[in-house]
Design a protein around this ligand. Structure first.
Ligand code: ZN
Length: 494
């Protein structure tokens, strides 16, 4: 690509929108009693309804409706008092009925928003609609080199996923974010994922496809006020890819426009390995899905009482939690984002609850523990150390039993499975030497061995005491409190 993202932004303004599909974590499917567990043997979780056999009749899963209403309320949407499912007619091998039950012109939730914090600012992303539908099965192409249908000898279909409840969350177009568009898109999906996880309605595992986003992107000449033609990049399956997909599409469209061509309205595929999109199917002649109201299902009419009960049952949402923690821990927005981006929010909150100060908790989780998690390629939350261990460690440091250097060795011991911080301190003999007579002996030795340094200190060059402190730290194998040792030396030579 010859036009860079940076160059494109000199001339064009990006607008993006996201359609996110979320598999709900209900025990059973949307319209039948088959269970939804991921990873079962192919076609073991199927029945006449989700296989679309003639004469079978669907029944709506009440829990799925409840989850969708929860999502709608958390996204500040209006909840329809009456709406229907619709048939979306198309043929695909992994959809045995030859239609998908979805919602069309009567979605369950409409017109909300989600506030996204980025770089200390807040961007409000409008939510167009939240509707319910059923997932399709999965095709497996066998015999080719790439796992794609091209070059495959035959294909197998697994219907375990067919009929799992899906919620589609569609944003309004998001203009005006300029250079930050790719990051805002990523921050939106991140925030949405946190909201869904907090609600407990989905396991939101992007790598397993339970949360997947289609990214709509368009660009227009800066200041023209006319939006360009948009493309839709399908099934972008990681947060990083959301950002890269917007970035690469903006640059590609700028190149198309700069060379005097027009952007074609089409579906595009994002490639993880190269970070670029390639053309899929053209949408210039929109496919006619011949939607009509699903005749086998009664309308959904959630009562006001039910909706209000669900509203009252909502947990503290990420934005409220952010405001609360920023206030009670006296953080800046950026400090909060650093904690969230490190995945350390829960750990720090639990460590504070276990008695440590917010500052100490942040220091350990963002410092030594983040470094060790990074070295092992895991999340900090996966480290084999508990918030209670970290709180105890802070208490030992605060009490002067450990200095930071010894505390890092204690962390190492806990991570190596040697037990609690107290057990590691005892087993490795790590406590600071606080016994004054032992320190005094080490200090006397250091003074006797360094007469030139002593002379300098007596001349008033106090910083020379560092040499003696170093000698004492060495003699105690790092187990002394350096500040205290320095005070004792200066007192002695005064
Ligand atoms: Zn079934």
């Amino acid at each position: 690509m010859t036009v860079s993202y940076e160059a494109a932004l000199q001339k064009y303004e990006p607008v993006f929108g996201l359609e996110t599909h979320v598999e709900l974590g209900t025990t059973t499917k949307m319209f039948c009693g088959c269970i939804t567990t991921f990873g079962a043997d192919p076609n073991t979780h199927t029945c006449p309804i989700c296989l679309g056999l003639p004469g079978s009749l669907p029944v709506v899963n009440e829990r799925a409706i409840e989850y969708a209403i929860k999502i709608g309320l958390a996204l500040n949407c209006s909840i329809a008092s009456w709406c229907r499912f619709a048939r979306k007619n198309y043929f695909y091998p992994d959809m045995p009925k030859n239609f998908q039950i979805s919602q069309y012109d009567e979605p369950l939730c409409t017109d909300g928003y989600l506030d996204v914090a980025i770089g200390g600012k807040t961007v409000r992303v409008g939510i167009e609609r939240v509707h319910l539908e059923e997932d399709t099965g999965k095709s497996l192409h066998v015999g080719g080199a790439t796992g794609r249908i091209q070059g495959a000898e035959y294909s197998l279909v697994d219907y375990n996923r067919a009929g799992i409840p899906l919620v589609e969350i569609v944003t309004k177009p998001v203009p005006g974010t300029g250079f930050l568009a790719p990051e805002v898109a990523r921050a939106y999906v991140t925030e949405l994922r946190d909201v869904l996880r907090t609600l407990g309605v989905s396991d939101v595992r992007m790598e397993e496809g339970s949360l997947r986003s289609d990214v709509n992107t368009s660009i227009s000449l800066a200041g023209s006020g006319v939006w360009g033609t948009r493309t839709e990049t399908k099934n972008v399956n990681s947060l990083r890819s959301v950002e890269r997909a917007v970035r690469s599409e903006v640059a590609r469209q700028a190149e198309v426009l700069d060379s005097g061509n027009r952007v074609i309205q089409e579906t595009r595929h994002f490639h993880e390995d190269t970070g670029v999109t390639t053309s899929g199917r053209s949408k210039e002649e929109a496919q006619d899905y011949r939607y009509f109201a699903e005749p086998d299902l009664v309308p959904v009419a959630p009562s006001t009482d039910w909706v209000e009960r669900i509203r009252k049952s909502l947990p503290e949402l990420p934005s409220a939690r952010r405001a609360r923690l920023i206030e009670s821990w006296s953080l800046s927005e950026l400090e909060f984002e650093a904690l969230r981006n490190a995945g350390a929010l829960d750990a720090v909150e639990a460590t504070v609850a276990a008695g440590a100060s917010p500052a100490d908790s942040r220091k350990w989780w963002l410092g030594e523990l983040a470094r060790r998690a990074n070295d092992s390629g895991i999340d900090v939350s996966e480290l084999p150390i508990t918030p209670a261990d970290v709180a105890r460690l802070s208490a030992l440091v605060a009490a002067g039993t450990l200095n930071d250097r010894l505390a890092r060795q204690v962390i190492e011991g806990v991570l190596d499975g040697e037990g609690t911080p107290d057990e590691v301190v005892a087993a490795r003999g790590l406590a600071i030497v606080s016994d004054d007579s032992a320190l005094t002996a080490a200090i006397d030795e250091a003074i006797a061995a360094n007469p030139d340094v002593v002379a300098k200190i007596r001349d008033g060059r106090v910083q020379a005491a560092g040499v003696l402190v170093g000698a004492v730290m060495k003699a105690t194998r790092g187990k002394a409190d350096a500040a205290k040792v320095k005070d004792m030396i200066l007192e002695r030579l005064a």
